[in-house]
Write a protein that binds this ligand. Sequence first.
Ligand SMILES: Cc1cc2nc3c(=O)[nH]c(=O)nc-3n(C[C@H](O)[C@H](O)[C@H](O)COP(=O)(O)O)c2cc1C
Length: 159
Amino acid sequence: MFDAQSPSLLETPLALPSGQIIRNRIAKVAMEENLADGTHLPGAQLRQLYRTWGAGGAGLIITGNVMVAADAVTGPGGVVLDAQQPVAPFREWAEAGKAEGAWMWMQISHPGRQVFVATHATAIAPSAARVDMGKHSSLFFEPRAIPRQISERSSTSSP
Ligand SMILES: Cc1cc2nc3c(=O)[nH]c(=O)nc-3n(C[C@H](O)[C@H](O)[C@H](O)COP(=O)(O)O)c2cc1C
């Protein structure tokens, strides 16, 4: 039952097995904002947005998708972190989100077959099966299947 005298569960810190202590139980979930700059880097808009969320008191901010392959993005403003991208904009993005004490975790993603034809990207997935969304299926690429050696290697590696 709600007790106005004691701190609510929402305000109670959460200690994770990793040792991280999240200051409360409020988390911003992964939500792709499509606000990257023209080179798929986090720029002023994303810094401002995450600074605002951090200042709002959330204990944890999980970024939207950060794609690991520049040729597979879900939209024009998607963030990409691959070997060609500079690290400094990501550091500044993290500093903005964490400025008021929130943790900020980056969601690392690959969209698999969920790539719109309109992005002019490419789609690679475990099998060459297009997203089935009825009459909207043609909006998505028919993906190329991941070569067998790669899919077998990833299924035997640690989780
Ligand atoms: C605009 C939008 C963008 C989203 N982007 C991501 C994303 O980048 N990564 C992810 O794992 N989920 C993403 N999601 C899914 C949300 O994290 C969440 O799981 C989903 O909205 C269901 O939660 P809800 O019922 O509280 O809305 C997105 C959802 C929305 C509405």
